[in-house]
Design a protein around this ligand. Structure first.
Ligand SMILES: [Zn+2]
Ligand SMILES: [Zn+2]
Length: 174
């Protein structure tokens, strides 16, 4: 029995952190622990771009580990990019233990919509850590999205096909 850790950095709101914890518990059926950290690791900051590089952030995150940790998702409110991409909503170690999600581009005046977007990106990146790839079903949370319209279109849950694969991997941790 292990936990999925959600760690909020910097100015990520307590409300979204707690709501996301409920979301993860519902979708992955694993217990969740939340934690707060300080500012995101400064070595990930690129002053030329004014953004943080997701892969460097992931590397810094992976220095943190807990014995009962199944996965760790860092929630940040800074803008993320990756080599060759203007921005990313998040990034994960495929089949690894660490993922990061940025709330920066997900904000909306409608709090429910904002929260839903954070849930979707969290579940998507966690899906990658559990070995899931991008899914052609546009409503599946594993469908690829690089616009808010695509994020809003998909659901926060997995299609039956991805769910089957996920449950197979998750059975190991339950
Ligand atoms: Zn993805
Ligand atoms: Zn799917």
């Amino acid at each position: 029995m292990g936990f999925i850790y959600l760690v909020a950095f910097g100015g990520v709101e307590e409300r979204v952190l707690l709501a996301d914890a409920v979301n993860v518990k519902e979708i992955f059926e694993l217990e969740v622990r939340v934690a707060h950290a300080g500012e995101p690791p400064p070595e990930a900051y690129d002053p030329k771009r004014g953004q943080y590089r997701a892969s460097v952030l992931l590397e810094a995150l992976s220095r943190v580990s807990f014995p009962d940790m199944v996965r760790l998702v860092g929630l940040v409110d800074v803008d993320l990019y990756e080599e060759g991409l203007n921005f990313v909503f998040g990034e994960a170690q495929y089949g690894g233990k660490y993922a990061v999600v940025s709330t920066y581009r997900l904000k909306d005046a409608d709090e429910r919509r904002y929260f839903e977007r954070v849930f979707k990106e969290t579940n998507h990146e966690l899906g990658h850590t559990f070995g899931l790839k991008h899914c052609p079903d546009p409503y599946c949370v594993m469908s690829f999205s690089n616009s808010l319209a695509e994020v809003d279109r998909k659901s926060r849950d997995f299609c039956p096909n991805c769910r089957r694969k996920l449950d197979y991997v998750l059975s190991y941790y339950r």
